[in-house]
Design a protein around this ligand. Structure first.
Ligand code: HPA
Ligand code: ZN
Length: 337
């Protein structure tokens, strides 16, 4: 099968990315250079040694390495450089809008002030908007392996940034930390007028997707691929137009699927679900957004129409204002293909 037409479309079509952890865009080369300037010794001797460690049997094995990598981020400039490197990739790949996750507790728990983290990320976003016209949203995530009290403390601290954050999310170890554990803090988040999202149905069961919708009242489900196990849930996701931010290379690397040909993305689309494609932690999982599109296109035999649907879904599911969404949808519908 020849996919050159699809690949050209993937590269040229405007896209939004809705599920990317900024700490997961930390490329080994940048990690080594920041570690050096911060006089921190890494556990690995070289970029190659570090990359060779990126073999994971499950989510937790990845998270252990991902949190260790974030340890070298100390100064505002570090967060700026990290974010700017990712935004440059966006520019190269025609990602025109990105909704960036970050983990405040990964930094505040080691004494790095939240203000410094946010300022570094934000300044890179402002510069990328001015240079390349990329729009952005920032979404702090609570770490679900920590307590709800700690999430509440983080939320109260985040309130001083006013409307800078569009939504709050929930990430880290899903198994053993179901949505109900964070019902109270999510009630507080919505009461202050923020949207909510949550990782659910990645390694955990389809029930976590139900609970994220019903208990946490999320606007989107991050991952959600285990929904495929529950036909009633698929119906409900389609009926509610509840978007799923699917991350194919992540699912492959963390063994959520054994091979990409088993990935449920195409079935989700066939069930009229607003599925989107995203990179999650691209430095760890072997590719940025376009690589994710390419991987599912070849493995699942996606057509140009499927790719157009996925790109359109990325804007429909975004937190952009209605007029901006329409603008991008119009651009996509006028593409000559
Ligand atoms: N799942 C849960 N937590 C995460 C992930 C993920 O894929 N990436 C970064 N934190
Ligand atoms: Zn994620």
């Amino acid at each position: 099968m020849e996919f050159s037409k699809q690949f050209e479309l993937i590269n040229t079509i405007p896209k939004a990315e809705l599920h990317v952890h900024i700490e997961g865009t930390f490329e080994p080369e940048l990690m080594f250079s920041i570690a050096e300037r911060n006089a921190i010794r890494l556990k690995y001797n070289s970029v190659e040694d570090l990359r060779a460690a990126y073999n994971f049997n499950n989510l937790q094995e990845f998270l252990d390495i991902y949190y260790a990598g974030a340890f070298v981020l100390l100064h505002e400039q570090d967060f700026y450089d990290l974010t700017m490197a990712y935004l440059k990739k966006c520019h190269e790949e025609n990602v025109v809008h990105t909704e960036i996750f970050f983990d405040p507790q990964t930094h505040t728990d080691r004494g790095v002030p939240l203000e410094l983290v946010v300022n570094g990320i934000l300044q890179a976003c402002i510069d990328a908007r001015n240079q390349w016209g990329i729009s952005y949203r920032l979404i702090p995530n609570f770490l679900r392996h920590l307590s709800e009290e700690e999430a509440i403390k983080t939320f109260n601290e985040a309130l001083k940034f006013g409307e800078l954050f569009t939504a709050f999310g929930l990430d880290s170890s899903e198994v053993g930390h179901p949505p109900v554990k964070f019902k109270k803090v999510f009630d507080m988040v919505r009461a202050e007028g923020f949207k909510t999202v949550a990782h659910a149905g990645e390694e955990g069961p389809a029930q976590n997707v139900w609970d994220a919708m019903q208990l946490l009242q999320v606007s989107r489900i991050d991952h959600g691929v285990r929904s495929i196990d529950d036909p009633k849930l698929l119906e409900e996701l389609a009926r509610k137009k509840m978007p799923l931010t699917v991350c194919p290379l992540s699912n492959l690397k963390l063994k959520v699927v054994d091979v990409m040909a088993d990935h449920p993305l195409k079935q989700l689309l066939d069930n009229n679900i607003v599925a989107t494609v995203n990179s999650d932690d691209p430095a760890y999982f072997g590719g940025y957004l376009n690589a994710n599109f390419q991987a599912v296109t070849t493995a699942l035999n996606l057509s140009c129409d499927d790719i157009i649907t996925l790109a359109a879904n990325s804007f429909k599911a975004s937190f952009l204002p209605h007029e901006k969404i329409q603008l991008w949808l119009n651009k996509i519908s006028h593409l000559k293909f």
